[in-house]
Design a protein around this ligand. Structure first.
Ligand code: AMP
Length: 216
């Protein structure tokens, strides 16, 4: 089974993706995570991607498509993939279609997580991540029991540079402008499902897992 999680920044699709990937034994392929790792490691791709990411713009399609194609060569993706934050443009969707076709695989379902902008801004501005183990927190909805530190490993909690308020609105605008067409692409392919994602995390997970079971 290959799934795509679509949705604007802050909608909580990353949190849901971790749960579903573990449940359905899918490789979790999050292009944002891959790009942040490349930036941290200072690779050529990372250097190229950094300025786009810091200003809330999309990294060019050819860079992201290449990273995903390389990732799909890895063995753990053969049992199924959960794509998180990819594809983000119609051109990326076409590239993914072609890559999967070559590999004899196909998309089973596309879940489009939806919530109003006010909810997204509140979720993003309170988001914190452990700088050491990457565990995710939220100052209001999921605070660390260890205050400013990670309750699992003691690492310092940090705010992603692109989660600062000045970049958040830009990311939402980019999402509406560039990513809207991706839903249409998969609606035409008959694999699209919209998910109401402004409720409690646990209820959304239940809804998503029920849908995954129906696809299996
Ligand atoms: P995310 O963690 O998914 O919110 O992604 C963080 C940033 O990485 C985005 O604002 C983009 O700059 C970049 N990025 C992640 N995925 C993609 C993608 N599929 N296409 C282009 N840029 C991406």
């Amino acid at each position: 089974m290959n799934l795509i999680f679509l949705g604007p920044p802050g909608v909580g699709k990353g949190t849901q993706a971790l749960q579903v990937a573990a449940y359905a034994k899918l490789a979790h392929v999050a292009t944002g995570d891959i790009l942040r790792a490349a930036v941290k490691a200072g690779t050529k791709t990372g250097l190229e991607a950094r300025s786009y990411m810091d200003s809330g713009r999309l990294v060019p399609d050819e860079v992201v498509n290449r990273l995903v194609r390389e990732r799909l060569e890895e063995k753990d993706t053969q049992g199924g993939v959960l794509f998180d934050g990819y594809p983000r443009t119609p051109a990326q969707a076409q590239s993914l279609d072609a890559a999967l076709r070559e590999l004899g695989r196909k998309i089973s379902g596309v879940f489009d997580f939806q919530a109003p902008d006010a909810v997204l801004v509140e979720r993003i501005s309170g988001r914190r991540t452990c700088g050491k183990c990457q565990k995710a927190y939220h100052v209001k909805f999921a605070p660390s029991k260890a205050g400013e530190s990670c309750e699992t490993c003691g690492g310092a909690l940090v705010q992603r540079s692109d989660d600062k308020p000045e970049t958040v609105q830009k990311r939402l605008d980019v999402y509406r402008k560039d990513t809207a067409g991706v839903g249409d692409h998969y609606r035409k392919a008959g694999v699209y499902q919209a998910i109401a994602a402004d409720g409690p995390i646990g209820a959304i997970t239940e809804d998503v897992l029920a849908r995954v079971k129906r696809l299996a």
